[in-house]
Design a protein around this ligand. Structure first.
Ligand SMILES: [Zn+2]
Length: 334
């Protein structure tokens, strides 16, 4: 069996400091997704073009609760555009956006701050949020989403209970180095797992070095992981017969911005190079099979061992830290 590779894209708007200082900042909508430079979309547009140039489809987790602030459009227009290009459209939920339903939200910040943490919501509240997401997809004219990714990869067993109640059976909610769930059975690194009847495909987490007797982990993103690391992880997964590798990215990972308003943007050549190489490798390397997570809904899957793990050698991690540090300090992307 080839190793399936899921390229997943969290497509969302930015709160942009509005909760910290509502007088000075406002949420940012489409500019934070399209990331226009000189009339070209160097965020979403570049990502779609690159995937399609290699014959790949991405799994786009589209955030729906931003409609509490922005209304149905403009995310509806973005979602329809991605869907029209043939990609997999799934559900992403950041509950913090529901805060804007309080008319007095700027005054409320001081005594009842917003919370984006799904582990602090009841099963009933989560079922209602999933239903709202489905209703939003319906109003957008899109088929119902069948896979969930929670905001910030925050997750607890309550989320799977809610998913089961709502009849949503596939998830990609876990990314251990980004958020470590309290429940040991959710501390999953890679592969495909059955959690009380919900199939979970964690965003791949790997170990990169040991420090003071502890293993350091990193979750696989385009911004965070270098190309030599990605290639190593993909070939290792294939050679070990691992079922799935899940990569996480966002449209804004391909530009650099100094201001929260996404006005002063520059192309990020490092991350673009990683995306290009990843797409080329996944579409041509024997033993790897590019997939959309939504394609696997309703299919029975052999599940992975919970102790399965991927590693890169420490020198790879050191080289990547240096490159990422230099890239983030060198705004302008040369
Ligand atoms: Zn998100």
């Amino acid at each position: 069996m080839p190793t399936r590779v899921h390229i997943t894209v969290d497509t969302e708007f930015s709160i942009a400091g509005a909760f910290r200082d509502p007088q000075a900042h406002q949420p940012v909508g489409p500019p934070s997704v399209y990331c226009h430079i000189g009339g070209r979309s160097e965020g979403l547009g570049h990502l779609l073009d690159t995937l399609e140039a290699h014959g790949l489809r991405g799994t786009f987790y589209v955030e729906t609760l931003n409609t509490c602030f922005f209304g149905d459009e403009p995310m509806g227009a973005i979602a329809r555009e991605i869907a029209a290009r043939g990609h997999d459209m799934q559900l992403h939920l950041h509950p913090c956006w529901t805060y804007f339903e309080h008319e007095d939200w700027p005054e409320r910040l001081a005594h009842d701050p917003p919370n984006d943490d799904v582990t602090r919501r009841s099963v009933e509240e989560l079922v209602a949020l999933i239903e709202r997401g489905r209703a939003t997809f319906r109003r957008w004219g899109l088929p119902a989403p069948t896979v969930l990714r929670t905001g910030g990869l925050k997750v607890g067993l309550n989320v799977y209970r809610a998913m089961r109640q709502a009849g949503m059976e596939v998830a990609s909610n876990i990314g251990l180095a980004i958020y470590r769930p309290a429940e040991p059975e959710l501390q999953l690194l890679v592969g495909c797992h059955d959690i009380d009847g919900v199939l979970e495909f964690p965003v791949t987490t790997y170990s990169d070095f040991r420090w003071g007797g502890r293993t350091h982990y990193k979750t696989l993103t385009i911004t965070g992981t270098s190309w030599p690391e990605m290639r190593r992880l993909l070939t290792q997964a294939r050679d070990q017969g691992l079922s799935d590798v899940v990569v996480l990215t966002h449209p804004f990972e391909f530009i650099k911005h100094r201001d929260r308003e996404y006005r002063e943007l520059h192309v990020d050549r490092i991350t673009r190079g990683r995306l290009e190489r990843l797409c080329r490798f996944v579409s041509s390397e024997p033993g790897l099979e590019p997939v959309c997570t939504g394609e696997l809904v309703g299919m029975s899957q052999p599940t992975s061992s919970a102790v399965h793990s991927l590693q890169v050698p420490a020198p790879y991690a050191l080289a990547r830290m240096l490159i990422n540090r230099l890239n983030h300090s060198a705004l302008g992307g040369s």
